[in-house]
Design a protein around this ligand. Structure first.
Ligand code: 6PG
Length: 264
């Protein structure tokens, strides 16, 4: 029986407005999770788009109430490179955020990209299992999973026609991505992403417009459009977009909000 995913998208006027909207979403989730469960577990993506959001979280007065003492930070994926490499998602996050906010080192759970990929994935999975005190085949429930999307429709390091698309049991896996410069990646798997309490796609740029409309409207084929794998259990999926990325979607209402129902 096809499941319905309610997709809400907000179209922001500029890259800066987009970054700010995401920073506000992260603050809201962190404060709510800290108030409700005493801890906010957040998994962030790499690439270029999140950098401005991280800088705002670290610099703007508005975000000075961020409950860093109640936050644990994880990564959705990593390129298999050392942490000081220019392609490291950890490095990008460290420079834009971690070096500028009071998040204790023992609350930062990075993927050890410098290790052999399978070993890095296994260590990351066990770090998550320990921290979430998981048993058996239990999966972690992150309070927020922040995703991006590539112009090829990939998200996390779930790339078209790659092994990790088919992983349904493990929490994190190594994934060989011949089409990418950094061909080995470690990524959270789609069952874990879909277990997230809140899942947000942050997507900017006209180069993503066509593939985004395909991901949302084409027939279900995650081998071609891996972002289609993302159908959160709670049935809610949020997209924060700039005008360029939203160009091929139905126009939003006067508040910039758009809505789609996806049956898959
Ligand atoms: C990575 C990311 C990846 C990213 C997309 C979008 O390691 O590359 O986690 O999934 O979100 O590639 O990247 P941009 O934000 O650079 O467009």
């Amino acid at each position: 029986m096809a499941a319905t995913t309610a997709v809400t998208y907000y179209v922001l006027g500029s890259a800066d407005e987009l970054a700010r909207a995401m920073a506000e979403e992260i603050l809201e989730v962190a404060q709510a999770a800290a108030a409700t469960r005493g801890i906010a577990r957040i998994a962030v993506s790499g690439g270029s788009t999140p950098k401005r959001t991280f800088e705002l979280l670290a610099s703007e007065e508005k975000f000075s109430l961020f409950p860093w003492e109640k936050v644990e930070l994880f990564w959705v994926d990593e390129r298999c490179v050392p942490p000081d490499n220019a392609d490291s998602n950890y490095r990008m996050t460290r420079e834009a955020l971690l070096e500028r906010v009071p998040l204790a080192a023992d609350r930062v759970f990075r993927i050890e990209g410098e290790l052999e990929p399978e070993q890095a994935a296994a260590r990351y999975e066990s770090a998550i299992r320990n921290r979430f005190r998981l048993e058996g085949a239990e999966l972690p429930t992150f309070d927020l999973i922040a995703l991006g999307m590539g112009a090829d429709g990939h998200t996390a390091s779930l790339f078209p026609h790659t092994e990790a698309l088919h992983e349904l049991v493990r929490i994190a896996v190594a994934n060989q991505v011949p089409q990418q410069k950094q061909s080995w990646r470690v990524t959270l798997t789609s069952p874990v992403i879909n277990q997230g309490r809140k899942v947000i796609f942050l997507i900017g740029g006209a180069d993503k417009a066509h593939v985004l409309s395909e991901v949302l409207s084409e027939k279900y084929d995650p081998e071609v459009w891996p972002s289609q794998l993302i159908r959160p259990k709670g049935g809610q999926l949020l997209f924060l977009l700039d005008r360029g990325a939203a160009a091929e979607l139905p126009p939003p209402d006067s508040t910039g909000r758009g809505h789609l129902e996806i049956q898959r």
